[in-house]
Ligand binder design. Structure first.
Ligand code: SF4
Ligand code: SF4
Length: 189
């Protein structure tokens, strides 16, 4: 375990989200990683631009994900919003719970350098999933890869291509990495 990282444990108590009214799904822009986009698109059988939106960078001060240049503007890729909430919110429940973005699975925790930070917005102080530390580290790894993707995208396109092409680019990156991981796991055995 790395120094300073806490190991959030799965709660044995009832789920605090049940009584919260899904405040986080209403409040925050949800920035998916490349693998989140590929998974959502595949599970929903929907082209990624159907659920993605380009949000102007100046309105997204606290997003951990990198920004991209799209159609000549600096943006963050986020899940579309509908009636003041994430488009996947139904009542107070997540309609894509089984394959939702990593940031939704780790919230209210995220890594800031080597420290796990908890958002003060949320009263929940435990992760509801098992093996929370590796989940947070995976999210951090994916964000690092996404920062590299952003540099490559901006350099290759000059920031002049659209969101649909960016979504295609990111899904290709996710597939490429999944392929490499499969090859590595075969080599291990
Ligand atoms: S994660 Fe926190 S803010 Fe979000 S629904 Fe659960 S308790 Fe509410
Ligand atoms: S994907 Fe699900 S958990 Fe994440 S913000 Fe949307 S409704 Fe909430």
């Amino acid at each position: 375990m790395r120094p300073g990282i806490l190991s959030p444990k799965p709660s044995t108590a009832s789920n605090p989200c049940d009584e919260c009214g899904a405040r986080c799904c209403k409040k925050f822009l949800i920035a998916p990683t490349a693998s989140d986009i590929a998974r959502l698109s595949s599970k929903l059988g929907t082209a990624a631009p159907e659920f993605l939106e380009a949000f102007p960078a100046e309105k997204c001060a606290c997003v951990h994900a990198p920004s991209f240049w799209v159609d000549g503007k600096e943006i963050f890729i986020g899940l579309k919003r509908k009636k003041g909430a994430c488009l996947f919110l139904r009542g107070n429940a997540c309609s894509v719970h089984n394959f939702k973005p990593l940031v939704c699975r780790t919230f209210p925790f995220c890594l800031n350098k080597y420290e796990v930070e908890k958002s003060s917005f949320c009263g929940k102080d435990v992760l509801m999933e098992k093996d929370g530390e590796s989940l947070i580290e995976r999210y951090e790894r994916e964000l690092k890869l996404m920062r590299r993707d952003a540099v490559e995208w901006n350099w290759r396109t000059g920031g002049e291509r659209g969101l649909g092409q960016l979504a295609t680019f990111m899904q290709a990156k996710a597939r490429e990495r999944a392929g490499i991981s499969r090859i590595i796991s075969k080599l291990k055995f």
